[in-house]
Ligand binder design. Structure first.
Ligand SMILES: Nc1ncnc2c1ncn2[C@@H]1O[C@H](COP(=O)(O)OP(=O)(O)OP(=O)(O)O)[C@@H](O)[C@H]1O
Ligand SMILES: [Mg+2]
Length: 294
C-alpha cells in the first residue's frame, strides 16, 4: 500500500549509508594511447570493488599512490560514472538518480577548490546557501566550525593567503556544513602538521559519535588504526583484504605470532607482497577493441 510513498529508487538497503557492488572504472590513456595495432590502451583504475559502510561506522580505504582511492571517491560522490557496478546511498541509486543522493552526502577532496579571492567565511556562506541552508543558520554554523578547527583569525582572510593546511581545514569545515549523513573523505589529513592532523581526526571521530557514516581514504596506517572501525586495502584498483584491524592482524599473525605483534603495514605486505611505499601503481595498460566495455 505504501509503495507510492517510497522514493522511486528506494530499496531494502535504505538503512545502509553506502552499498558498493562490482564498481569498475577504466580510463583511456593519452600519450601512448595508440598501440601498433591501432587499438586503444586503457587503464583499470578501479576493478570490481564491493563493500558496505554500516550506520555510524568509519570505513577506511587504504592504498598507495595510484591505487584508485580518489577515483572511487569521485564515483561515490556522483562526479564521474563507473563503467560497471552499483552504488546505493541509503538505498537510493547514486548512478541512475544522483540528484537524490547529493543532499545526503558531502566530501573532502584531496585537492579542494574554492573561490580564492573570497575569505574562508565567505566561501562557507556561499556553499551553505548553495546547500539550501538559511542565512543566519549558515553564518552560525560556519563560525562554529571555523572556530573548532582553530581558524578564527584566518576566517576573514582571502583564501589565497591561507596555507595549504589551513585551506584543507576550510575544506573539512565545508564538508560538515550541510550536516551530511554520509561523509566521503579523500585523504583529509594529508599535508597537515601533527596538531592540525589531530584536530581534524577528532572532528571525524566526533562525526561518527553524532551518527554520521564516514568513508575515509588514507595511506597513513596510524590514522587507519586510530579512526577506522573496518578497513579495506586497495591495490591496483582491487580490494585485496577487508575487516577490522584486529581481524586482519589476527589473520596475518596466524599461529606463529600474537595479533599485537603484527601491525597494519605487515598486513598490507602480507596481502600485496609489498610495503605501501613500494606499491606505487604498475602501469600495465590493457588493449581493448572498439566494442569492449570500457
Ligand atoms: N582522469 C583520468 N584519466 C586517466 N587516468 C586517470 C584519471 N584519473 C585517475 N587516473 C588513473 O587511475 C589510477 C588511480 O588514480 P587515483 O587518483 O584514483 O589514485 P589514488 O589512490 O587516489 O592515488 P593518490 O594516493 O596519489 O591520490 C591512476 O593510475 C591514475 O593515473
Ligand atoms: Mg588520490
Amino acid at each position: 500500500m505504501n509503495s507510492a510513498a517510497t522514493w522511486p529508487h528506494e530499496t531494502p538497503d535504505a538503512d545502509l549509508p553506502l552499498v558498493v557492488r562490482g564498481v569498475t572504472k577504466h580510463f583511456k590513456r593519452r600519450g601512448r594511447a595508440q598501440s601498433s595495432s591501432g587499438r586503444r590502451r586503457v587503464h583499470r583504475a578501479v576493478q570490481s570493488v564491493s563493500f558496505t559502510v554500516q550506520p555510524g561506522e568509519i570505513y577506511g580505504v587504504i592504498g598507495a599512490n595510484g591505487s584508485g582511492k580518489s577515483t572511487l571517491i569521485r564515483i561515490l560522490s556522483t562526479l564521474i560514472l563507473p563503467d560497471q557496478g552499483e552504488v546505493l546511498v541509503f538505498g537510493r541509486d547514486a548512478l541512475r538518480d544522483p540528484a537524490s543522493v547529493r543532499p545526503l552526502l558531502n566530501r573532502v577532496s584531496a585537492d579542494p577548490s574554492f573561490f580564492r579571492a573570497m575569505s574562508a567565511l565567505e566561501n562557507l556562506l556561499f556553499y551553505g546557501r548553495a546547500y539550501g541552508m538559511a542565512g543566519p543558520a549558515v553564518r552560525r554554523r560556519s563560525a562554529e566550525l571555523l572556530a573548532r578547527l582553530g581558524l578564527e583569525r584566518e576566517a576573514t582572510e582571502p583564501m589565497t593567503e591561507l596555507s595549504r593546511g589551513q585551506q584543507q581545514k576550510v575544506a573539512v569545515a565545508r564538508a560538515f556544513l550541510s550536516s551530511p549523513r554520509l561523509l566521503l573523505l579523500d585523504e583529509p589529513t594529508t599535508g597537515l602538521d601533527p596538531r592540525s592532523k589531530r584536530t581534524v581526526q577528532r572532528f571525524i571521530d566526533d562525526a561518527r559519535r553524532d551518527g554520521v557514516a564516514v568513508l575515509l581514504t588514507t595511506h597513513d596506517m596510524d590514522e587507519a588504526e586510530l579512526l577506522c572501525d573496518r578497513l579495506a586495502f586497495l591495490a591496483g584498483g582491487r580490494i585485496v583484504a577487508e575487516g577490522t584491524s584486529a581481524e586482519l592482524r589476527a589473520q596475518v599473525a596466524g599461529t606463529d605470532r600474537r595479533p599485537d605483534q603484527v601491525d597494519l603495514e605487515d598486513v598490507f605486505m602480507a596481502y600485496t607482497g609489498r610495503s605501501i611505499e613500494e606499491d606505487e601503481e604498475e602501469d600495465q595498460p590493457v588493449e581493448v577493441g572498439q566494442h569492449d566495455p570500457i
